[in-house]
Design a protein around this ligand. Structure first.
Ligand code: NAD
Length: 295
């Protein structure tokens, strides 16, 4: 079994991006700037935003976070998004999800200028991705594809089972895995909550991408020997062995499943860091377009 180490690949991506920022500085160009909107006090959301901002600082990107209370109005958020859309100094904008129930998340994320939508959630980016055109590929699926590339994992002609059909992970990664590209070309099945006999599908799959949102859902008895496991799930479960009182686990029963597979992503340290790597790459991509269009 080989561990697919997203933390290690994120460190490599950071070095590459840091050197890009230095090259831009030598040409008297400002660094890329990522902005984030954070609503409410959800500890997990705060942790994710902090990790993204810390990564920006490490590689020399500018960053800013706009924090709002849980009862912020949709109009207030839209006004801020509109202001950032107009800014010539900000290249990428993300809105940390989930948002409170009174806010329409789709409406908010779709109001981000698609040219600054570094999370890749905007319908224009999604549509362009489907057509294989230049776009911001959704950050988590982009990270998964980068891991498969880095670890030289064969995907062509393989059966790939994606479990979960969310707009941010399952659906886009199923499209990316089925594209006519070297690190894709898989025969993809997209399973979801209404799928019958899921275990018969998991047992046949060469590659399983689990984005279900249920801790330890995939058991060792459900997978075939030598398969590849990409675990997108991330959950805080109570633990008396950590200072925080919780530990992070994925959708896969890692300790048992790892004994049977050829490659597996750990949680934490697998897909999560790659979501950050993709965000940073997308922000640089955006910055270059914005800055170079003005020079
Ligand atoms: P979601 O809740 O939007 O979607 C879950 C999907 O799982 C749904 O499509 C549903 O049909 C399917 N599902 C639910 N129960 C099922 C069952 N019994 N059998 C088969 N399918 C079932 O989830 P999401 O936003 O895609 O996130 C999934 C997980 O990935 C969550 O744990 C989330 O926290 C995590 N996540 C991690 C990252 C990262 O960077 N590591 C990024 C995004 C999401």
């Amino acid at each position: 079994m080989e561990l697919v180490d997203g933390k290690k690949l994120l460190a490599k991506v950071k070095l590459e991006l840091k050197s890009e920022v230095q090259k831009m500085a030598h040409s008297n160009l400002r660094p890329p700037h990522l902005s984030a909107i954070l609503v409410g006090d959800d500890p997990a959301s705060k942790t994710y935003i902090n990790a993204k901002i810390k990564s920006c600082e490490e590689i020399g990107f500018n960053s800013s976070v706009f924090k709002y209370s849980e009862n912020v109005s949709e109009t207030e958020l839209l006004n801020k998004i509109h202001e950032i859309n107009q800014s010539k100094e900000i290249d990428g904008l993300i809105v940390q999800l989930p948002l409170p129930k009174h806010i329409n998340s789709d409406f908010i994320t779709h109001s981000i200028d698609y040219k600054k939508d570094v999370d890749g959630f905007h319908p224009i980016n999604m549509g362009r991705m489907v057509l294989g055109l230049d776009c911001f590929v959704p950050a988590t699926p982009f990270g998964i594809m980068s891991l498969l590339e880095e670890y030289n994992i064969e995907t062509s002609g393989k059966s790939c089972l994606v479990i979960g059909r969310s707009h941010i992970v399952g659906t886009p990664v199923s499209i990316l895995m089925s594209r006519n590209k070297k690190r894709a070309n898989s025969t993809v099945t997209l399973a979801h909550s209404k799928t019958k006999n899921l275990t018969s599908l998991t047992k046949e799959a060469d590659i399983i991408i689990a984005a279900i949102g249920i801790p330890h859902f995939i058991k060792d008895t459900m997978v075939k020997k030598g398969c590849v496991i990409i675990d997108v799930g991330i959950h805080r479960v109570p633990s008396d062995k950590t200072k925080s009182g919780y530990r992070l686990v994925g959708d896969v029963d890692f300790d048992k499943v790892k004994e049977k597979v050829s490659f597996i992503t750990p949680v934490p340290g697998g897909v999560g860091p790659m979501t950050i790597a993709s965000l940073l790459k997308n922000t640089l991509f955006s910055a270059k377009k914005i800055i170079y269009s003005r020079t």
